[in-house]
Design a protein around this ligand. Structure first.
Ligand code: ZN
Length: 165
């Protein structure tokens, strides 16, 4: 169990990945294309339409044997999240029937957050091999491996000390 190591780059900067498989750190022989949403997390939570814009494609170096694992981790965790949201909404939707539209929205939001809480804890303490979180002008590149994060920082010309802030 470990938190991710995050390296922050300006949003408009194209990240450079070290020539290492992002999963096993062996020599990579291919890339995995990850399509990642770069809208700001909390904003897009309240304005779901933002889920349909602001996508960024990142080509991440992997080796043949790790590629499936990298995709499988992303997909299984994303599907789990979507399933939790769907269950929360589906199960409780009718319970808030008598509420006004605005009240219903907040009630559903609360239920969704309650359902997602364990998933969020899981994501924080068992980080993905790689993920990103966008804020207004910057993107945090989050690595499960501190070694890989350091190599990424070096590849992007960031002093390692600054990268660990
Ligand atoms: Zn590998």
């Amino acid at each position: 169990m470990a938190l991710s190591t995050d390296i922050t780059l300006p949003k408009d900067r194209q990240p450079v990945f070290p020539n290492l498989c992002i999963v096993c750190h062996d020599e990579p022989d291919r890339h995995a294309s990850l399509v990642i949403n770069t809208s700001r997390g909390w904003v897009s939570f309240f304005v779901p339409i933002l889920w349909f814009v602001h996508w960024k494609r990142l080509d991440v170096p992997v080796c043949a044997s790790c590629k499936f694992g990298l995709y499988a981790q992303r997909w299984s965790r994303n599907v789990l999240m979507i399933a939790l949201v769907a269950i929360a909404i589906g199960y409780f939707w009718n319970d808030f029937r008598d509420y006004s539209r605005a009240q219903r929205k907040f009630a559903i939001l609360g239920v969704v957050l309650a359902f997602l809480a364990p998933w969020i804890v899981f994501e924080v303490f068992w980080p993905r091999y790689f993920d990103i979180t966008a804020s207004k002008d910057t993107i945090d590149y989050e690595f499960a491996s501190p070694d890989y994060a350091n190599a990424f920082a070096v590849a992007n010309g960031i002093p390692i000390d600054a990268a660990h802030e």
